[in-house]
Design a protein around this ligand. Sequence first.
Ligand code: 13P
Ligand code: SF4
Length: 319
Amino acid sequence: PAEDEARIDEIKRLLEANNAVLVAHYYTDDAIQQLAEETGGCVADSLEMARFGARHEAETLVVAGVRFMGETAKILSPEKRVLMPTLEATCSLDVGCPADEFSAFCDAHPERTVVVYANTSAAVKARADWVVTSSIAVDVIEHLEARGEKILWAPDKHLGGYIQKRTGADMLLWDGACIVHEEFKAKGVEDLKALYPEAAVLVHPESPASVVELADVAGSTSQLIKAAKELPHDKLIVATDRGIFFKMQQAVPEKTLFEAPTAGNGATCKSCAHCPWMAMNALDNLAGALREGTGEIHVDAELRTRALKPLERMLNFKR
Ligand code: 13P
Ligand code: SF4
């Protein structure tokens, strides 16, 4: 529509005028992903978003995604201004892991190495020894397990259970879940697979174990797009947020992609997987943030220093 075109032009002008770069997650709207790509920003998984933002020389990072992604950017680049289209975009994993309760949990198990998923607040990260994203979690825990360390893991119990199964590590799990991926049901994927037995199944490991067990490949959003390219299959059943289809279909234009069915989280669409918080990022509030400087992320300096350590461990980790 014409008003979108006008907004897009305005955002392009504002990005330049503010010496700003747009960093977007694969689950944001197609128009935002397109814009990030066209303007020299990036569309990526959460680990690549963090790396890109930290290395980029722009004065302002505009992070389209959810709150923890903006906070991570600010922790890694305190000298940059970090803006988000809305500060309301949280994540059920973050909400389900309040810092005070988490801290008490850590206090009760002082012998364990604390590893937290990136989908957490700065205050939870500040209490951790390691931060990981889904693309690097198995490698890091394998490394810690080989050193004989026992792990305290938070917040995603499904991802935690998956890592535990892959590595055999001793892991004590926090009881959190992603409301989007939790809606995938093994029965739905099996029914679709019965219709298309030649299809490969790609699953984000925030999904329940029964769904991950059906996967040909389980991995982060970037890893799933990579797998879509590398697998020989020309039909793919994909269990993750539908936002991923924009870049995945561009990567494999000749392949047929099927959304794994969900019971529906009801917030944004009835029977598809779409994160209601990612969906809060829009062209209008993105333009507004750049125009008015709203949605700026601030992280307390002392908290930042503590949260930086486990984040840097992740960024410096080499397998
Ligand atoms: P990725 O690191 O795979 O992009 O995952 C982030 C996320 O929030 C998935 O729900
Ligand atoms: Fe959080 Fe799930 Fe949304 Fe990812 S999809 S941001 S894990 S609620």
